[in-house]
Design a binder for this molecule. Structure first.
Ligand SMILES: *Cc1c(COP(=O)(O)O)cnc(C)c1O
Length: 512
């Protein structure tokens, strides 16, 4: 192919030659210029004749050049299609981000969510005209109640962090009603996701941290010390399994101690993928938890769609949940009116929540069934333990004395001896065609690499990832300097992330 032909084909873009990639991401990578940088006067998108002798009747001056890019339709279509491929997704390949549960979103969910009766329902329609939609939400409430062992369910929160807010507001309301004004503290383990302390602080609580550093788990001793006499403690926020991928073995004893001090147990349910169908959190003492439908129940995630973070509560706390919930009255369904449940902590957002996500989540539950959901968590845990067992001689695994749950954790300790860091490993994974794992989280593990394969990966894809990770460990030993350079075949190489965050350039300015 001549240079000229290649340029034509690529539409002003530079082709970058990438080496063969282990997971099939071989070949054409494009640099993509801004539409304005592509434009050429001889390729206009629209060609209106100059209006002659026309007077504006609006009283304004005629508009000058408004600076829209001049591109043809095919150029414009290609531009946006190429941009769409820049966002690596679970539909491209393996996505081992720990804590995020990036599993496959079955297309069946999408199909059902697009049924006209669901897709075109309007939130302001009278309840009598959307009985099917309300029945669907009611059914989802029941599934979540059954799976968690927590009978009060409110579907409105729009993300996990929003669910945390809903849950802590529920706890706060319960204490208010009891007259517990002296309870001003929420206990949070130091391994917690940042949204936990942020939520407690937003609700006006003081955070007291429980150290878990040595074992990665909560201990009864550390908990007792943080609890003190318990007089000022309103509750605790604990993720189980926790962010180190470990099940909190002493959780029942800890929940008992908390309850004796009249505190409530908020469980961050982001890691429910390891338990669903196997363990009901209500049975280990949880009073309120949120569920990330976009993690455990496979609704689109991140750039792919809105999240959804319903909360589940005990019977005791249900009166204080946000509204609205779906109520079944005889054979009729309706959404609670504002004020219908006087003890509610209030409304969190407009309407009923992310309805399309509710449809997708229930579709996922119904298509798996109770036994299928149990298999989900068993396979997720098996896959994580397979990776842990295969890589623990190549990367330091701080908690490998016992099996992990749905994610496993390594650190940079062995590679650090040769000057190679977690960041180098992550950037080299990109070079080798894999999305990196979660890095430097949880904060209590220095140079953490948190890997969550999920149940939807085949053994083949896990083996390809393991092979590349072993290669990286070997390269770190023999030729570590090379790893500092990666990635070398991506359109952008290492970015100055600090400058990007502190001085973002958000507007394109015409150089000429
Ligand atoms: C994802 C996650 C959250 C927050 O959920 P969002 O839906 O992203 O708001 C909270 N805690 C943990 C442990 C998580 O992994």
């Amino acid at each position: 192919m001549s240079d000229l032909a290649m340029n034509d084909n690529l539409d002003d873009n530079t082709m970058i030659k990438a080496p063969a990639m282990e997971d099939g991401n071989r070949g054409l990578h494009y640099e993509e210029n801004l539409l304005w940088e592509k434009e050429r006067a001889d390729r206009p998108g629209v060609d209106f004749p100059q209006p002659e002798g026309m007077k504006l009747r609006t009283g304004f001056e005629a508009r000058g050049d408004i600076g829209l890019p001049q591109n043809s339709e095919p150029q414009t279509v290609r531009h946006f299609v190429r941009l769409s491929t820049w966002n690596y997704s679970i539909d491209h390949g393996f996505f081992p981000l720990g804590s995020c549960t990036m599993k496959h979103n079955p297309r069946l969910n999408e199909k059902v969510a697009r049924l006209p009766g669901f897709a075109f329902a309007h939130p302001m329609q009278p309840a009598s005209t959307v009985q099917g939609a309300l029945a669907m939400m009611y059914e989802l409430q029941n599934w979540l109640a059954t799976l968690t062992g927590l009978p009060g369910v409110c579907l409105t929160p729009a993300a996990g962090a929003h669910g945390e807010l809903a849950g802590i507001m529920t706890i706060k309301k319960a204490h208010e009603v009891k007259g517990n004004t002296h309870k001003t503290v929420i206990l949070v383990p130091d391994s917690a996701h940042g949204t936990n302390p942020a939520t407690a602080a937003m609700c006006g609580y003081t955070i007291r941290s429980i150290p878990t550093r040595e074992t990665g788990r909560l201990t009864v001793e550390a908990f007792k010390e943080a609890l003190g006499d318990g007089n000022d403690v309103a509750g605790m926020m604990v993720t189980n399994p926790n962010t180190c991928g470990l099940f909190e073995k002493d959780i029942m004893e800890i929940a008992d101690l908390l309850h004796k001090a009249d505190g409530y147990f908020y469980c961050d349910g982001a890691n429910f993928n390891a338990l669903v169908g196997k363990v009901r959190p209500g049975d280990f003492g949880v009073d309120v938890m949120h569920i990330n439908l976009h993690k455990t129940f496979s609704t689109p995630h991140g750039g792919g769609g809105p999240g959804s973070g319903p909360i589940c509560t005990t019977e005791e706390l249900a009166p204080f949940m946000p509204s609205p919930i779906v109520i079944k009255d005889g054979e009729e369904f309706h959404l609670e009116e504002d004020g219908e449940r006087e003890t509610s902590c209030g409304r969190l957002r407009s309407f009923q929540g992310q309805f399309g996500m509710h449809v997708r989540a229930l579709t996922y539950m119904l298509s798996h069934g109770g036994d299928g959901l149990k298999q989900v968590s068993e396979d997720a845990v098996l896959n994580a333990n397979y990776i842990l067992s295969q890589l623990k001689d190549d990367f330091y695994a701080p908690f490998a004395d016992s099996p992990c749950m749905h994610e496993c954790i390594f650190t940079e300790r062995l590679q650090k001896e040769n000057g190679v860091t977690t960041l180098d490993v992550a950037k080299t994974l990109i070079e080798r065609g894999f999305h990196p794992m979660t890095v430097y989280f949880p904060l209590i593990v220095n140079g953490a690499m948190l890997i969550e394969p999920t149940e939807t990966e085949s053994k083949d894809s896990l083996d390809r990832f393991i092979t590349v990770m072993k290669d990286i460990a070997n390269e770190a030993k023999t030729n570590g300097d090379i790893l500092h350079e990666n990635p070398v075949s991506t359109p952008r190489r290492r970015l100055d992330e600090v400058q990007a965050a502190k001085e973002p350039i958000l507007r394109w300015k015409d150089a000429g």
